[in-house]
Design a protein. Structure first.
Length: 320
């Protein structure tokens, strides 16, 4: 491998937001999920990652040098015995704040490195590799609606993203409450929930049914049904988080105010549904014709509101 010529390649990926949530691992090192999940890739946020030759491994994130062992490990898994690489990555949205920057980050990394090293792996294999860096990253290899299946293999080779194959013009509004980095990362949080939450077993048992209901709603293009399962999954996940010891409470006062506003909008006949991840931001799902009204209602309660359409999968933007 080390004799292969390395070129410089750049890839772009978008974060995805789970409509049916992933929380909990059945295998830590392999990042194998305890539950399946279903996500929507967003169009408005981007991670751009360039991988090229270097004298020794170097990783740069948003202009600062970092030593990210996970990045190096994913590169080693992609191409055992690889030559040293320089990885330069940047996000045009807050990093580590519950906006899925690790999902777009590892999706962009594997696509750029695959092009730089000429490994030409199938997308499913790249999804498996991205999963090793961050579980949810395996869904950002594809655009739009993506399922992450549990898989049955012990090596995890069949636990990757699968495009749902339904092209649905939805809107997902991200009401940003704080740009601060989250206090407890998802790996540590998931392990705390597994080890201490009395609700964890029920959360895991319900996961397959939630994804089946989510997929049925997507195939029927039934937005109220999809919104209902998204909220059910979200609140079950946050119930599992907050019943952990010590409690994982990612919400801020503005998070709660935004949730009440979503419920109030719905009570007034505006169809919209809320979800949250491991951070205080509130994401709201609605049809295109309601996005403007929902955005106007959320804006006074948030730092800003970003409106997303379904985005595309991770892709090479400039091989050289
Ligand atoms: O892939 P991770 O380790 O960043 O975990 C993501 C967990 C949630 O965002 C809370 C849920 C999800 O399915 O994306």
């Amino acid at each position: 491998m080390s004799t292969r010529e390395v070129v410089t390649a750049t890839a772009v990926a978008h974060p995805n937001i789970a409509l049916v949530k992933y929380w909990g691992k059945r295998d830590g090192p392999l990042n194998l999920p305890a539950v399946p999940s279903l996500s929507l890739t967003l169009d408005g946020y981007h991670t751009t990652t360039t991988v090229g030759p270097a004298d020794a491994d170097e990783v740069w994130l948003n202009g600062a040098r970092t030593d990210d062992a996970k990045v190096r490990r994913v590169l080693d898994l992609l191409a055992p015995g690889r030559p040293p690489l320089r990885v330069v990555t940047a996000n045009d949205f807050p990093t580590g704040a519950g906006l899925a920057s690790s999902a777009s980050g590892f999706a962009a990394l594997v696509v750029a490195a695959d092009a730089a090293l000429g490994t030409a792996l199938p997308r499913e294999a790249l999804s498996v590799l991205a999963r090793r860096g961050s579980g949810s990253a395996c869904r950002s290899l594809w655009g739009g609606l993506v399922e992450w299946r549990l898989g049955v293999r012990v090596d995890g080779a069949d636990s990757h993203g699968v495009p749902v194959g339904v092209d649905w013009d939805l809107r997902l509004l991200v009401a940003v409450v704080s740009d601060a980095k989250k206090a407890v990362g998802s790996t540590e949080g998931m392990e705390r929930s597994r080890a201490t939450s009395p609700l964890y077993a029920a959360w895991v048992a319900n996961g397959p049914r939630d994804v089946a209901d989510g997929l049925a709603a997507v195939r029927a293009r039934d937005l109220p049904a999809l919104g209902a399962v998204m909220e059910r999954s979200t609140f079950a996940m946050h119930g599992t988080m907050s019943s952990s010891t010590p409690p994982l409470l990612y919400w801020q006062p503005a998070t709660v105010a935004l949730l009440h506003e979503v419920f109030a909008l719905r009570a007034r006949g505006v169809p919209c549904w809320a979800t949250m991840d491991a951070g205080p931001q509130v994401k709201v799902l609605c049809a295109p014709e309601h996005a403007e009204g929902v955005e106007a209602a959320l804006r006074p309660l948030a730092l800003r509101v970003d409106v997303h359409r379904p985005g595309g999968g991770a892709h090479v933007s400039s091989p050289s």
